[in-house]
Design a protein. Structure first.
Length: 280
């Protein structure tokens, strides 16, 4: 026999707020778009929680990046909602506007706008703590979203991505209308997404250090950066009144996501940055 509590959950539709994995799928521009969601135990607290949208790279998928990035376990430990959307097409990829590695004509930027709206209406999301991050093509999409949806997103994280594509006349992401904090992570030996446009790689834009500098200038940071050099990476920090920018240069690192076996634990570093940079 179904007890009264379970019956009330079925009738109200609240099982989606149970801790663990679920999905938020909906029709967008005639196509069914899929998104994997993991809800922490804190979802039962009744409090507004941070939201992190994690975006996979070219040929990737949601479950894959949730696992190898470490964000799935981190979401449970730290008590934030984690959403990992699936790219469209075969292979799955993203049309970021300033660079399209996905299918021509697919409005991925529009899809993310709708995903952000639905996330805020379906889950107890703190509007001051909405973050977007990704790897490779997913990092490029994160930068594009930070520019386009700056009124909604507090901070972005980009691992091995671009903010501008093209070696000679770069095409940039939209400039944020409101200051959005950003953290960039890039390996100096990346042979897929060039650390420097002079490097041999599949795609290139402005250099990784210049990307952080460009973002800092566009969100109004005027103070000089603080640089810390360590054995296998360096860290450059830009701090402003309304936003911060952080750049990790991983010495000799290639295109892989850096976890606990790499120079830094990217998920931990990004989450620490996000936590320190809500919408101001």
């Amino acid at each position: 026999m179904i007890n009264s509590l379970l019956l009330s959950l079925i009738v109200s539709g609240s099982p989606k707020l149970a801790p663990g994995l679920s999905k938020l799928d909906f029709q967008f521009a005639t196509e069914n778009r899929e998104c994997v969601v993991t809800l922490p135990q804190a979802i039962t607290s009744g409090k507004k929680l941070p939201l992190v949208i994690l975006i996979h790279g070219f040929t990737g998928n949601a479950r894959n990046i949730m696992g190898y990035s470490g964000f799935e376990k981190l979401a449970q430990r730290e008590g934030f909602i984690l959403m990992a959307p699936e790219g469209y097409g075969k292979p799955q990829a993203w049309n970021c506007g300033f660079i399209n590695l996905g299918r021509a004509g697919v409005d991925d930027l529009g899809y993310f706008g709708e995903l952000l709206k639905r996330a805020k209406s379906e889950y107890p999301v703190d509007p001051k703590r909405i973050y977007v991050c990704g790897h490779s093509n997913g990092a490029m999409m994160s930068a594009a979203l930070g520019g386009k949806y700056s009124e909604t997103i507090a901070a972005i994280g980009a691992a091995s991505g671009l903010v501008a594509s093209g070696r000679t006349k770069p095409t940039y992401v939209d400039v944020p209308k409101r200051p959005v904090s950003a953290i960039f992570v890039h390996g100096t030996a990346d042979n897929v997404v060039a650390y420097d446009p002079k490097d041999q790689a599949l795609v290139a834009g402005i250099s990784a250090p210049d990307a952080a500098k460009w973002w800092a200038s566009k969100v109004g940071i005027k103070s000089p950066p603080v640089v810390t050099k360590l054995t296998n990476y360096s860290h450059t920090s830009y701090v402003g009144a309304r936003a911060s920018v952080s750049f990790y240069s991983l010495t000799g690192w290639k295109h892989d996501w850096s976890n606990s076996a790499g120079p830094i634990n990217t998920a931990e570093v990004m989450w620490k940055f996000f936590r320190a940079n809500p919408k101001r």
